[in-house]
Write a protein that binds this ligand. Structure first.
Ligand code: SF4
Ligand code: SF4
Length: 456
């Protein structure tokens, strides 16, 4: 049986159903000229250039997971406006892969980025038309300009400005290359960008640079973070957890605490693009990383969320925590104060249950429409297809929004409506987008009962 009535949703603390109208990431909340970060790693100008590739494992794509799966609310509809039931008609986040061009060569790149843009990349006029379609959702989403490297497009500032003119909220995920300069960051700020996301994949240069495959990437990333903070650009940090950095969770959490970030988005590897299976951590190691994140979430002022590891919500709920807890408010407890009221004075993030195709969707550089960047199943093609109609009516997207249709233990799990597992990882490993999350140790009681009934 996979009836919702037989397996009611788990009790969720009342505070989770009432997202705060306060959006700490709103432009203007981070004044320019704020105090310097506690652990700034400014690097001399001469060192800003990236070094040749270094050996070792390389990093994962930041494309499609950026400043986004974490902001507390939807876009033009206003902070706090997005509700769980809105997933059926409007995404909360749209990732627009403005290009697959990128000057880096991370071996785990989801996008398999190349130095040059694809000849069929949507041009300026098509990109503007796409942005116009986004405004037709009943609740227009936040748009994340991802890549590739958005800074490889000369018109990216114009597109940001146009999206803002349309009333959309925009975030961006630049690659850490020499294309990121103070002047360009300031232009982004002036164009009205809502948030910048940078990728940091290790607590030290050796780990991060090996991960990214480029010497100097670590120092450049920290320089970008310090500069964004100086300019008053709200920012989040994205980290991909693999077996090479899983032991550095605490060290990374402390390092980024010095940069006044809003959110730490901790991504768990999905083996797509150039991603490799062997860098995945085990399901048991997920729980160990979750424990570290949970402890850090009680100490740090910034919010912590996971991406493509929705079962962290289950982990937190099992500890009577609030998986929606966001950054501390201005009156919140200071970092390092592991207060008993771990979630007091914290803003609330997005509704629970957001996942691939469910509150999130993705438009590629050539207009292909996917449930997410890590789930390359084409559901439609812009401009031939209308993005609003595809999101609302695609049979696959509808299935992804209905946890009762999931297969295996996720389909009967008591957490399926707020977790549901990573559909992208399920697809990557089984080719069944509705299969169970491969990296979750939890055994739902209904699944155990089912197994027992089969074995009897
Ligand atoms: S920096 Fe470039 S190569 Fe590396 S993951 Fe991002 S898009 Fe891919
Ligand atoms: S079994 Fe599936 S739905 Fe349940 S907690 Fe694990 S990943 Fe989430």
């Amino acid at each position: 049986m996979r009836s919702g009535s037989n397996h009611p949703r788990p009790a969720v603390p009342a505070m989770m159903s009432q997202p705060s109208p306060t959006d700490p990431t709103a432009p203007g909340k981070h004044p320019a000229g704020a105090d310097a970060p506690r652990n700034p790693r400014p690097i001399p100008a001469a060192d800003h250039g990236l070094q040749p590739r270094v050996g070792g494992p390389a990093g994962h794509s930041h494309g499609g997971r950026a400043a986004g799966q974490g902001p507390p609310s939807g876009g033009a509809a206003g902070p706090g406006a997005y509700a769980a039931e809105d997933v059926h008609h409007s995404p909360m986040l749209v990732f627009y892969e403005v290009t697959r061009a990128c000057d880096l060569v991370c071996q785990h790149c989801r996008a398999c980025a190349q130095p040059a843009a694809h000849p069929n990349e949507l041009d300026t006029a098509a990109s503007r038309a796409l942005l116009e379609q986004f405004t037709r959702f009943p609740k227009p989403p936040m748009v994340v300009f991802t890549g590739g490297d958005p800074f490889k497009r000369e018109d990216v500032f114009d597109l940001v400005a146009y999206a803002r003119q349309l009333g959309l909220t925009v975030a961006m995920t630049p690659s850490a290359t020499p294309l990121v300069t103070s002047e360009r960051l300031a232009r982004l700020r002036d164009a009205g960008i809502h948030r910048l996301a940078v990728s940091l994949d290790g607590a030290d240069a050796a780990t991060h640079d090996a991960f990214r495959g480029v010497g100097g990437s670590f120092d450049r990333t920290l320089w970008i973070m310090a500069e964004a903070r100086r300019l008053g650009l709200p920012q989040q940090v994205n980290t991909t957890i693999t077996r090479f950095n899983a032991k550095q969770v605490d060290a990374m959490a402390e390092l980024i605490a010095g940069y006044d970030i809003t959110l730490w988005s901790v991504f768990f590897l999905v083996p797509v693009g150039r991603g490799l299976h062997e860098q995945r951590i085990s399901a048991e190691e997920y729980e160990q990383v979750f424990e570290k994140l949970w402890q850090q979430s009680r100490r740090q002022r910034y919010g912590i969320k996971t991406t493509e590891a929705h079962h962290y919500r289950r982990f937190v709920l099992q500890r009577q925590g609030d998986p929606q807890a966001g950054p501390a408010t201005a009156a919140g407890h200071p970092a390092g104060n592991d207060a008993g009221a771990a979630h007091a004075h914290r803003n609330q993030r997005a509704p629970l249950g957001i996942s691939d195709g469910k509150g999130v969707f993705f438009v590629s550089h050539t207009g292909s429409i996917y449930p997410s960047g890590f789930m390359p199943i084409t559901c439609g093609r812009f401009p031939a297809d209308d993005v609003v109609s595809v999101y609302q009516d695609s049979p696959l997207l509808r299935q992804l929004r209905d946890p009762d249709q999931f297969h295996g233990k996720c389909g009967v799990c008591d957490y399926r409506f707020i977790c549901g597992g990573s559909r992208a990882r399920a697809y990557a490993l089984t080719r069944d987008p509705l299969a169970s999350e491969p990296d979750c140790i939890y055994m739902p009681p209904a699944w155990v009962a089912k197994l027992e009934s089969v074995s009897c």
